[in-house]
Design a protein around this ligand. Structure first.
Ligand SMILES: [Zn+2]
Length: 138
């Protein structure tokens, strides 16, 4: 049994449970997955913004005044988008390839699903959530 975070065209968010990925894809294709609020079959899977950093960067900011949390998040997002490589929906596989040494070590960010993030965590790959990363895409 797997579950996905889903969103309909009206922006209603809900969780759908399926036997496996093929069952999910098949039901979605045949418009059998419907929003529980408005019954829309126009449903897509929600991805969560996330990132990993190659190495801990130390405490260079020690002593700086604590910024407003929203400003801190803005700065964090700006830092990530300017310094990390954007890998898009390939985030989970790229993070895994870096972790297992199949790709050069580097900081990346992209989109993933809550399930993929949990699986990465179980493999010992620490993932840092990036709030609203999709709003940064142009
Ligand atoms: Zn809806």
């Amino acid at each position: 049994m797997i579950s996905f975070d889903l969103e309909c065209a009206q922006g209603h968010r809900f969780e759908g449970s399926f036997c496996d990925f093929e069952a999910y894809a098949g039901q979605l294709e045949r418009k059998l997955v419907r929003c529980p609020v408005c019954d829309s079959p126009d449903v897509k899977r929600l991805y969560t913004g996330c990132s990993i950093q190659a190495r801990p960067s130390g405490n260079a900011e020690t002593g700086a005044p604590t910024p407003n949390i929203f400003e801190a998040i803005r700065q964090f997002r700006r830092y990530v988008t300017m310094n990390f490589e954007h890998v898009g929906p390939a985030f989970a596989e790229t993070a895994r390839a870096i972790h297992y040494g199949q790709e050069p070590e580097r900081a990346i960010y992209g989109e993933s699903t809550p399930r993929e993030i949990r699986e990465l965590g179980e493999e010992g790959i620490g993932v840092l959530p990036v709030p609203d990363i999709d709003k940064l895409e142009n």
